[in-house]
Design a protein around this ligand. Structure first.
Ligand code: LMR
Length: 395
């Protein structure tokens, strides 16, 4: 049976990571996969996580099955983090399950949508995270795109986006990046969110909010602004969130899939479908990451420490944006790269050709995705001169 298989190309993001690890050039720079790195290029474990792990080590007393929902305390804390004091929570219309990372949440959401209506069309931004399309198609959904990034002007094609969303049918779903758009870093303003929320309400399509970077844009509440607004405007909605980046729990695989239904009774029905979806894919989520997150969010001391550590990560990334733009100018690059400072979160497109991206990799050991998506967290004071000089050479 296996003889009929054809080898597939490596994943465009994870394949890059493997190449970077094999590269022996001491000057190599990793701007590929979206992980936070400190000035030393290291993805350290957050102090709040270390403290929560110590607490867990001291108090955990069983490894018995956790059940498809995952930890109820984690789910409750995540709902509060996502929605704040939202009326949907107060009206008891929200249900959350813990998932293996944000990707697990997206797959659960996709299977849930399939349970509502097989073959549903889901609209994703053009461009979107490289894995969205494959993931939704693997669950049997039809994927279509709406305009999003204006490559020429390095900004948001909001008119194109809004016009397309006005044409989406009430039977379809629309995936929106809640903040820190991956791969463009181009986010909506609060006024633009307002308009999208109005269209979502008028056209009654299902909003699916992917929030993988809460806290990396402007702050935890600020980054949830659009999501919360939409949750006020529509009756049904799905949120897929991740603790990989903001808690630095990448390999622990912890995220959450959350649904809002139009009534408590329908939320319970939808929840039973979610649990059945989970049972049929991976049965139950991993417990360790969820235990750390709930410990942090449930403790005033650890939550404050987390806020401070998250701010430090956010500030460093924003600082890197400015440093790169300044260094490019210092190295004689005349092209205007100031758009990088107006974008948010982990990523921006540098806006160079795939050939130039390949030259950066082959000649300078600088790794970014073929679309020229850079993980801004990979920039450091120690490599930014080399990076700017190399970019200047390939330009
Ligand atoms: C990324 O976009 O680099 C991250 O979300 C990691 C991944 O799994 O692709």
């Amino acid at each position: 049976m296996f003889g009929s298989l054809k080898a597939l190309p490596a994943d465009p993001i994870l394949g890059l990571l493997a190449k970077y690890r094999e590269d022996s050039n001491p000057k190599k720079v990793d701007l590929g996969v979206g992980v936070y790195k400190n000035e030393a290029g290291h993805t350290a474990i957050l102090n709040c996580v270390k403290k929560a792990e110590k607490y867990r080590y001291d108090t955990e007393d069983t490894k018995v099955y956790i059940g498809p929902t995952g930890s109820p305390l984690f789910n409750e804390e995540m709902s509060k983090l996502i929605f704040g004091h939202h009326k949907a929570l107060l009206e008891n219309r929200v249900r959350t399950v813990s998932t293996p990372g944000g990707t697990g949440a997206l797959r659960v959401a996709a299977e849930f949508i399939k349970s509502c209506k097989a073959g549903t069309t889901i609209w994703v931004s053009n461009p979107t995270w490289a894995n969205h399309t494959g993931l939704f198609q693997a669950a049997g959904l039809t994927v279509k795109t709406y305009p999003y990034y204006d490559y020429e002007n390095k900004t948001l094609d909001f008119d194109g986006m809004l016009a397309a969303l006005k044409e989406v049918s009430a039977d379809d779903a629309v995936l929106l990046h809640a903040c820190c758009h991956n791969p463009s870093g181009m986010d909506l303003t609060n006024e633009q969110w307002q308009q999208v929320a109005e269209v979502a309400k008028a056209k009654a399509w299902l909003p699916v909010l992917d929030m993988a970077y809460q806290g990396f844009g402007d702050g935890l509440d600020e980054d949830a602004y659009g999501l919360r607004l939409i949750a006020e405007s529509v009756e049904e909605m799905i949120v897929c969130s991740s603790c990989s980046k903001n808690f630095g729990l990448y390999r622990e695989r912890i995220g959450a899939a959350t649904i809002i239904a139009n009534s408590t009774a329908n939320a319970d029905i939808a929840n039973s479908v979610l649990l059945s979806v989970v049972r049929c894919i991976y049965s139950m989520p991993p417990a360790h990451g969820a235990a750390l997150v709930e410990t942090i969010l449930h403790s005033d001391e650890l939550r404050q420490l987390w806020h401070a550590e998250l701010k430090e990560m956010r500030d460093r990334i924003n600082g890197n944006r400015q440093i790169l733009v300044d260094k490019l100018a210092e190295n004689g690059v005349e092209r205007d790269f100031s758009f990088i400072t107006r974008q948010k979160g982990m990523f921006s497109f540098l806006g160079i050709t795939p050939e130039q991206v390949q030259r950066l990799q082959d000649e300078f050991s600088i790794y970014m995705v073929g679309s020229s998506r850079m993980s801004i967290a990979g920039i450091a004071k120690s490599n930014v001169d080399y990076l700017a000089q190399s970019i200047a050479k390939v330009l």
